[in-house]
Design a protein around this ligand. Structure first.
Ligand code: ADP
Ligand code: ZN
Ligand code: ZN
Length: 684
């Protein structure tokens, strides 16, 4: 039960877990000032919270705080929706409606009731809605929850096999659905979800990122109706609370959401789905560092329902589970119908200039695509204009004052920015060291590529999609809409474009500069680079038109390229797995990281050393440290860590159980910020 209690001078929320007799004299106790009659978390969620707290070695209170939506106790009012009045329907049928927008609105409502927010999203303004209301062509009613299943495409035999296999499982079963990009994994989910929902049960679908959800959420709403509730950070607190409440009341039978949706109430669970299960953003990177995928699997086990983990580039963790039979292994190796996987070519960009500009082959391919009035996507994972500003006279380089990193030039706004801590300053016109004005912008960012392309193809549309150009969900939706309308042009963008989106008119993908992904210090670098390459390539040729992918690299001999191009992701993953076996890295072993940061380096180092002392020399667990983080100084703080690795999970966890309380009591702990990360996804 959620309560409010006086704490010093503040009122804080707290969760009552049980009743008991304490040691404190009752005269010293303060009364609870407020309580909410319905429990904040049901018993299943509470058990999940306890499991998370134990597994992630994180305080139960903070776990519950992460689980609960912020405005838990004040959900938004149920939305109202609009329906046609009889006179509205007559006017529409008689063709007597003036104005294209009015016409569009009535046509939408002729099919089914539509919520206000969706009318607005469809470009129908508040003025148009008001006009139609005043003319009594439409009227308002509270939104009802309806499961209205619209049929999807006829499933292919391979899709049907996947559906059958999962449908027939009773109770818990973890299924890895490997399916090449565009092979119809989502159709498999939709088919199963429709069945489960029709049987009166609930489905939870966890997807990695906000960028993915607009198209995906719309697809779910169109296929399954208003029983779908959406949960993501683009919503206001009260809307999130409302979706949560609808799930708790069983009013929403399908809940689709990002990471934290994995905790939403499911009183009548039937099926769990984690889409793009390999995606890094499923792991929370601060505070309570949970993996939404791993929590989902645990939850499905406790709920005794099936879970599907889907991806075109599964993580080695999940693949390994499929290979050794712990997960059921389902595969979709082809795209349905006429859609073919794109052809992928490697282009040696050595000698084409260190700016990594477009090679002649890439230019030519872009020209061809535009001549056919199709779309191309140019991908590189760096925003800004150029990642380095260098003085040609003395060698000075613009660096962040608070981090071990260079500042990125954002030329359009005339500023230098740190992408790690957010520091920003005016871009100098002369070198601060030698006063020379020969400052060179080195390297490639999306803004520079946008400009190069605009110079080269002056009469074509260039859309840039990155965190600088797309600052709101609304803007992203607009852009996607515009791109989706199919006008010929070139999209330039980062990661934001790599995943999930379905651009039917994109027939060419050019990948610039994937090289730095290969040289990161992380043991997962090759896995990540391979996933990125396959995912970006998958954006080409999603509809009837064939696709082509060009990958520019200065490292054409890197084994990743031959691995992926000659043998495909799954075979290449076997090589990676062999390396992990040899090094006892996950999934062949288990990792935890204890991190600390402080203003002064010795403080962080002293703490890590003392903590290692507490951990001792345990059997079966190796300690490596104190190590500086790959970027040791960030935002003015020194970051150090100790890596704990073990062949088996159990000794690692029991070591932490035993030692963390003592580590928390260390005097050195008071001078640092420290944390534990179980199953870390990057070693920062
Ligand atoms: P994935 O989730 O694997 O990327 P999707 O389910 O989004 O794939 O399917 C890719 C495209 O193929 C979509 O446009 C979808 O409508 C279409 N599609 C999927 N399954 C079929 C099918 N059985 N018949 C025809 N089209 C299909
Ligand atoms: Zn200089
Ligand atoms: Zn910085």
């Amino acid at each position: 039960m959620l309560v409010e209690v006086p704490f010093a001078r503040r009122q804080l929320k707290a969760v009552v877990l049980g009743a008991g007799q304490g040691q404190v004299a009752s005269a010293k106790l303060k009364p609870v000032t407020r309580f909410w009659p319905t429990p904040a978390l049901d018993s299943e969620q509470l058990a999940l919270a306890r499991w998370c707290s134990r597994y992630y070695h994180h305080p139960l209170g903070e776990v519950m705080n992460t689980m609960l939506p912020k405005a838990w106790d004040k959900p938004a009012e149920p939305e109202s929706e609009f329906v046609l009045t009889p006179s509205g329907r007559m006017a529409l049928e008689a063709g007597q409606v003036r104005g294209q927008r009015q016409q569009q609105a009535l046509a939408m409502l002729a099919e089914q009731p539509v919520a206000r927010s969706r009318l607005l999203e469809a470009g129908i303004s508040a003025v148009v809605i008001r006009t139609l209301l005043a003319a009594e062509r439409i009227q308002q009613q509270p939104v009802g929850s309806r499961l209205t299943v619209r049929p999807g495409p006829q499933l292919t035999p391979a899709q049907q096999d996947c559906v059958t296999s999962i449908r027939e499982s009773s109770g818990f079963a973890a299924c890895l659905l490997y399916g090449v990009t565009g092979s119809g994994k989502t159709e498999v989910y939709l088919e199963l979800i429709a069945e489960v929902a029709a049987a009166g049960q609930q489905c939870l679908v966890v997807v990695p990122e906000i960028g993915l959800t607009p198209q995906l959420a719309r697809r779910f709403l169109e296929r399954l109706g208003s029983t779908v509730a959406v949960l993501h950070s683009g919503l206001g607190d009260r809307e999130r609370a409302r979706s949560w409440q609808r799930a708790a009341e069983g009013d929403a039978q399908v809940i689709i959401g990002t990471r934290s949706a994995v905790f939403c109430p499911l009183p009548r669970p039937g099926l769990l789905v984690v889409d793009e299960e390999h995606d890094l953003s499923l792991k929370q990177h601060e505070g309570f560092r949970y993996s939404a995928r791993d929590v989902a699997v645990q939850r499905a086990r406790e709920l005794d329902v099936p879970i599907i983990l889907g991806s075109a580039t599964p993580s080695l963790e999940s693949l390994n589970n499929a290979w050794n039979g712990r997960y059921r292994y389902l595969r979709l190796d082809q795209r349905p119908g006429a859609a073919k996987l794109p052809s992928v070519e490697l282009i040696d960009s050595r000698g084409c200039g260190t700016e990594g500009a477009l090679t002649a082959a890439a230019r030519e391919a872009l020209n061809d695509v535009l001549a056919r009035d199709e779309q191309a996507l140019v991908f590189l994972n760096r925003r800004g204009f150029a990642p380095t500003l260098l003085c040609d006279a003395c060698g000075w380089v613009a660096e962040c004052p608070s981090c071990d990193s260079r500042l990125t030039l954002h030329r359009s706004i005339g500023r230098l920015r740190c992408h790690h801590c957010g520091y920003s300053q005016r871009a100098p016109t002369a070198c601060p060291e030698c006063r020379s004005t020969r400052l060179a912008a080195l390297g490639l960012g999306t803004q520079r590529v946008e400009q190069t392309l605009a110079d080269e193809f002056p009469d074509r549309r260039i859309w840039r999609v990155d965190r600088d150009s797309v600052r709101s969900r609304r803007r992203l939706l607009e852009l996607l809409e515009e791109i989706g309308s199919g006008d010929s042009g070139i999209l330039v963008g980062t990661q934001m474009l790599a995943k999930g989106h379905d651009f039917p008119n994109v027939t060419l993908v050019v990948v610039l500069n994937i090289d730095h992904a290969l040289f990161s210090a992380d043991f997962r670098a090759a896995e990540r680079a391979a996933q990125l390459m396959v995912q970006v390539s998958g954006r080409a040729g999603r509809a009837e038109k064939p696709g082509r992918v060009l990958i520019q690299t200065h490292q054409p001999d890197h084994p990743m390229f031959a691995g992926i191009l000659d043998r495909g992701y799954l075979d290449y993953a076997r090589d990676l797995m062999a390396e992990r076996e040899a090094a006892a890295y996950p999934p062949a072993g288990f990792l935890a990281v204890l991190r600390a940061n402080a203003q002064q380096r010795p403080q962080a180092e002293d703490f890590v050393t003392a903590a290692m002392d507490r951990l001792g020399s345990p059997a079966e667990v190796e300690l490596l440290g104190p190590l500086p983080s790959p970027m040791e100084r960030r935002a003015g703080q020194y970051h150090l860590q100790v890596l704990l690795s073990a062949r088996r999970r159990q000794p690692l966890h029991s070591l932490l159980d035993r030692c963390l309380p003592a580590i928390a009591e260390l005097p050195q702990a008071r001078r640092v910020r420290w944390s534990v990360d179980i199953d870390p996804q990057d070693l920062f």
